[in-house]
Design a protein around this ligand. Structure first.
Ligand code: ADP
Length: 451
């Protein structure tokens, strides 16, 4: 929606509130609720927020060790600059619109390099300089539960009741039970201008997937964070809860966010397709994929950012453990879809539903562009069950390994900048430090009496 359309909607009494939001390090929407009158008057130009928003953890803790901000630096402000191309109504919230912002230095108005949106914009611009438009789709899986977030806050999460009781993969009867949430989600996103393709049941009790049509990478990342927000808000309004944890229970399947990617020429031709080559995989596509394989370990912390994320990578549950590629083989970390057609694309299956889509897309794109820039050669396809292939390249098994690989990545340091890699390495290490420090229920259950 344009600013003029917002003004008309305000004048007609249809919209009175504008959410002014910036995605944070975790991919959450942080910001303020503006009265539409003030947004139209002044807020659309810019507003501000505390610069700790790119230096906290999930709990909003002020984490030490970031160069960008600290108590010593006084936790100053960022400028929030609305990107008016993202202005849209949010039909599931009465009278409300949303705009996403870029974060700028308060004094120089330069874009803040560690901001996830800025990180992705920079890689998208690099792709353009190389003659490519980067397209992507991020599938998103999640679990819906009968209890509301408030009930779970009061009673704890020990006895979660999934909204359905058995594997609902492609199951239309089972997913009928979830329609109050899922129909509202599809229609709400559609009304917000987000091109929903479909939703489907997934391979576990209470698990759903939503697919949004592929788009330019920045739009896709924007769609992804808005979709998460919508899903939670709609579930909450209906007295349910849902989670994007990569692995909410070790006895259940995890939730992924597979990233489908393709490059197109600036004049709109599919740069991944060459009908004269086997399977239609152009040289550009082969080099792109080779780059992602070579750098898979370095970008894993961007695809799997928490200690919990690594609990998803287990054998035999459709989550990959090896960074190899294959045609239509779901045990490989990278799968080729749409072979021989203009929809030919790379599907990276490493990422969990907990990923930050800006960072995940930026890491994947940087790795792919490195492959093209260096003319890397694609290794042979991995055949058969990759779980059992001892020779195959491993995906880091822990966040500790992944953080080391991220920190040591010359590719990412060149593509993102030293400050960005240091910042997100610190974020990963903080997650590990917290996990090392905190005593869990599991430890108490295991050790309290028996030990
Ligand atoms: P799956 O069976 O894995 O769910 P789908 O056929 O549903 O696969 O497609 C998954 C996603 O891939 C969709 O969001 C779709 O929009 C996206 N997609 C299709 N073509 C391309 C392309 N050329 N580049 C990137 N993504 C694409």
């Amino acid at each position: 929606m344009t600013l003029a359309e917002l003004r008309a909607a305000f004048d007609a009494g249809e919209i009175d509130t504008v959410l002014v939001a910036a995605p944070d390090m975790q991919g959450r929407l942080m910001g303020k609720r503006f009265h539409a009158a003030h947004f139209l008057d002044a807020g659309h130009a810019e507003t501000h927020c505390c610069n700790y928003l790119l230096a906290t953890d999930m709990e909003m803790l002020t984490v030490e060790g970031y160069a960008s901000t600290s108590w010593a630096k006084g936790y100053g402000d960022y400028t929030m600059k609305p990107d008016l191309t993202t202005l849209r109504p949010l039909p599931w919230l009465p009278g409300t619109a949303l705009v996403l912002c870029d974060l700028l230095d308060h004094h120089t108005h330069a874009e803040v390099a560690i901001s996830p949106r800025a990180i992705l914009k920079r890689q998208v611009a690099r792709a353009r300089e190389m003659g490519f438009v980067a397209m992507a789709a991020t599938e998103l899986e999640f679990f819906i539960f009968e209890q509301s977030y408030e009930q779970l806050r009061d009673q704890g999460t020990d006895r979660l009741t999934p909204i359905s009781s058995y594997n609902e993969d492609y199951h239309l009867f089972q997913t009928s039970k979830e329609e109050p949430v899922m129909r509202a989600l599809r229609n709400g996103l559609y009304g917000a201008g987000i091109p929903v393709e479909n939703t489907k049941g997934e391979a576990e009790a209470g698990q759903e997937e939503i697919n949004i049509r592929y788009a330019e990478m920045l739009d896709t990342a924007d769609y992804h964070v808005i979709t998460k927000q919508a899903a939670k808000e709609i579930a909450h309004a209906l007295g349910k809860s849902l989670t994007f944890m990569a692995k909410y229970d070790h006895r259940r399947a995890g939730s992924s966010s597979h990233v489908h990617q393709s490059l197109w020429t600036l004049d709109g031709k599919p740069a991944f397709l060459d009908p004269d080559v086997a399977h239609g995989m152009s040289q550009v596509m082969q080099q792109f994929l080779a780059g992602q394989l070579a750098h898979a370990g370095e970008i894993t912390a961007l695809l799997a950012p928490y200690v919990n994320s690594y609990k998803r990578f287990c054998v035999g549950m459709f989550a990959p453990t090896k960074a190899v590629w294959s045609f239509d083989n779901r045990t490989a970390g990278f799968r080729i879809c749409g072979e021989g057609t203009k929809a030919i694309r790379v599907e990276c299956r490493i990422g969990g539903a907990d990923l930050n889509p800006y960072l995940a897309c930026a890491g994947l794109l940087a790795a792919g562009l490195a492959g093209i820039a260096q003319g890397m050669e694609l290794e042979p396809e991995a055949a058969g069950d990759s779980y059992q292939n001892a020779q195959a390249r491993e995906i880091p098994k822990t966040l500790r390994d992944a953080a080391d690989r991220l920190e040591g990545s010359a590719m990412l340091r060149a593509a993102f900048g030293e400050d960005v890699v240091d910042h997100y390495t610190r974020a990963a290490r903080w997650e590990i430090e917290e996990q090392d420090r905190v005593v869990t229920d599991w430890e108490r259950k295991r050790l309290f009496e028996r030990g």
